[in-house]
Design a protein around this ligand. Structure first.
Ligand code: DGY
Length: 325
């Protein structure tokens, strides 16, 4: 009997799919929605575990991987994997798989934040609900066009590229910065490569789509925010730690930039005492990038397939460390 721990609440429907997908590998006991009480307990529990189906935010470090003597696969329900020690897994020839299929959902949320900011949807909603709308033509701050404006994409990977496709439909000028220049994508998407400095100083909207690595942690801080236009907005649907939250607060309060749209935070869930929550020119969502019914079902299904494939002795379709295994 093989044992699989699922450290995330999986909807009933997806659990059915999960069971079906892995049933080809006979005798699997699935501990679903397993939330360990302590790290010690988790370390003990993984000892006889064959498969882990986890969140990108669960910490699966080398101690966990080494304690899991029977581990055959780590399957992440998500695309970021900064909390998983892939090196430690590769050393033990354990495949680590992920679900790089959520880019459209994240790009849509990115645009939802851009539009909420550019058209002042949050305050407009309050204005209507509170009965403040007294004149036929409402007395309310005007929004700003997207058409003709410049969108600066930091990281033109899977998600950044989907954001660029949508920006094209809104007739925006697209510039991007990445550690690697991609000529093919530039042509396909009509995006122009620029330095990070140029991107910051010439964008009307800056959208962050870099993975979290030691190099990208706080890559946008005080110095970078000060390079932005006072009329510009910054949107973060990647990882909270890429944007220095304290520096962002200061930039907003000191009117160095106009506003921000945040789906991710340095600490999640964000504390109610976070000073940013008091600011009106910031729009928040609680890490909802991948959160559509269709996309989440696809993610669960893909992660379950990856898991089933590895437990059945095959290479998972979306493996992060194929060469090491
Ligand atoms: C991911 O998969 O990285 C998304 O941010 C969801 O956590």
């Amino acid at each position: 009997m093989k044992k699989v721990l699922v450290t995330r609440a999986v909807p009933e429907m997806a659990l059915g799919v999960l069971k079906n997908v892995v049933k080809s590998v006979a005798n699997i006991e699935i501990d679903h929605n397993y939330i360990p009480d302590s790290r010690e307990e988790f370390l003990k529990e993984v000892r006889d575990t064959h498969g882990l189906l986890v969140n990108p935010l669960n910490v699966i470090d080398s101690a966990i991987i080494n304690a899991a003597e029977k581990l055959e696969v780590v399957s992440i329900i998500g695309v970021g994997f900064e909390n998983i020690d892939v090196k430690a897994a590769s050393k033990k020839k354990i495949p680590v798989a992920f679900t790089p299929i959520l880019q459209k959902a994240v790009a849509e949320l990115t645009f939802a934040l851009i539009l909420t900011l550019s058209r002042g949807i949050t305050s407009a909603d309050i204005y209507v609900r509170s009965g403040e709308w007294k004149e036929p033509i409402p007395i309310i701050e005007l929004g700003t066009d997207l058409s003709g404006k410049t969108l600066g994409i930091v990281g033109l990977g899977r998600i950044g590229s989907e954001v660029a496709k949508r920006a094209k439909c809104f007739e925006m000028n697209i510039i991007y910065y990445d550690i690697e220049r991609d000529y093919k994508k530039e042509e396909e998407l009509g995006a122009r490569y620029v330095s990070l400095d140029e991107l910051l100083s010439s964008s009307d909207f800056v959208s962050l789509h870099a993975p979290l690595t030691p190099q990208t942690r706080h890559m946008i801080g005080k110095k970078e925010l000060e390079k932005m236009k006072p009329t510009a907005y910054i949107i973060n649907t990647s990882r909270g730690q890429i944007l220095d939250q304290r520096a962002l607060y200061q930039a907003l309060v000191n009117k160095k930039i106009k506003g921000a749209g945040l789906d991710v935070f340095e600490e999640e869930p964000v504390s109610i005492d976070e000073p940013l929550l008091k600011l009106k020119n910031v729009v928040f969502t609680p890490h909802l990038g991948s959160a559509t019914t269709e996309n989440r079902m696809n993610m669960f299904l893909t992660a379950a397939q990856n898991l089933g494939q590895a437990l059945g002795g095959q290479e998972p379709k979306y493996q992060i460390n194929p060469k090491a295994v």
